[in-house]
Design a protein around this ligand. Structure first.
Ligand code: AMP
Ligand code: MN
Ligand code: MN
Ligand code: MN
Length: 289
């Protein structure tokens, strides 16, 4: 049975769907196998793995599911970092062909941008008085995408900050002492690569960009002009106001709706598939598949 028919049938049966999650191949805490194990424990029916600028988790995740005969619909995904008017906008690609040439080319340039930013960030942190942060972050990241979350973890492990958030607030967040402007692709580039790979492009966590409603609307208009498909309108921990606004954008600009926990590792505030419910009025992104 294909993804579409499975999901359509279950749509009326309260399917548990989570279309945004990370593994160790970017800044997640679990291996692909552990993540799938957790999805099974949490009785998910559909899970998308969407690591930052990489599809490296997908082969082993798919293999693990088929070898162990696990009844979980895995959606191959990615979360691509893009630059737009000084904001870093994350575009999630869902139901992609992970071997697509154009997508793999984009991933290569994004990985170069990550590497360049990481070395420059390491140099700035050295000037701030830290030692070997780049090298340790690189070790932590292993073969996966190197992210600021790795840098935050190293700073924390060195005992220089009291929590991971403080790393962003003091050093590596936008405008802070060790911040380096990344060379991400454009929103249009990300959408095009996702479409080349046969996937659907979704603006990830639109409520988390610290943007005014006016700027958010501009982003949605731009995304629509660039042929984007959907908005992630259901995340854990959203206010009712935010829910209403996101749904209204979907309806006004004829965009599909996606939902996901953005799971990185187990925490008390959110977990796989928890607190996710698609509003009745929305057109779910999986209706495209
Ligand atoms: P990067 O994509 O390398 O810029 O890394 C950003 C990642 O760091 C995000 O995907 C989050 O998982 C994590 N993160 C945690 N706290 C923050 C924060 N305050 N600002 C940005 N990213 C954060
Ligand atoms: Mn992340
Ligand atoms: Mn994100
Ligand atoms: Mn994410």
């Amino acid at each position: 049975m294909d993804v579409m028919s499975t999901i359509e049938i279950h749509r009326f049966n309260n399917l548990r769907i989570d279309l945004h999650s990370h593994t160790k191949f970017s800044d997640g805490g679990l291996t692909p196998q552990e993540l799938i194990g957790r999805a099974v424990t949490f009785q998910l029916d559909v899970l998308a793995i969407t690591d930052h600028d990489t599809v490296s988790a997908l082969d082993s995740a798919n293999e693990y599911i088929s070898t162990n005969n696990i009844s979980l619909e895995l959606i191959n995904g990615i979360e691509i970092s893009t630059a737009w008017h000084g904001f870093e906008i994350h575009i999630v690609g869902l139901n992609i062909d992970r071997n697509n040439r154009q997508l793999l080319e984009l991933i290569k340039t994004q990985q170069l941008a990550r590497e360049e930013r990481a070395t420059a960030m390491g140099e700035k942190l050295t000037k701030c008085g830290f030692e070997g942060v780049y090298e340790q972050a690189k070790l932590l990241a292993g073969v996966g995408s190197i992210t600021r979350a790795h840098f935050a973890k190293v700073l924390f492990q060195q005992g220089k900050i009291s929590n991971l958030q403080a790393a962003f607030d003091k050093y590596i967040g936008k405008g802070k002492r060790a911040f380096v402007k990344p060379n991400w692709c454009s929103v249009g580039d990300a959408i095009a690569a996702i479409h080349h790979a046969g996937g659907s492009a979704v603006i990830a966590h639109p409520v988390r960009y610290d943007m005014s409603t006016k700027w958010l609307r501009r982003l949605v208009v731009h995304f629509k002009e660039e042929q984007g498909d959907g908005l992630e309108i259901v995340l854990p921990q959203m206010s009712n106001e935010q829910r209403k606004l996101m749904l209204s954008f979907c309806l006004e600009y004829d965009l599909q709706a996606s939902m996901g926990s953005d799971f990185h590792y187990p925490s008390k505030w959110s977990d796989l598939g928890r607190n996710l419910r698609m509003p009745e009025q929305a057109n779910p992104i999986w209706s495209l598949w």
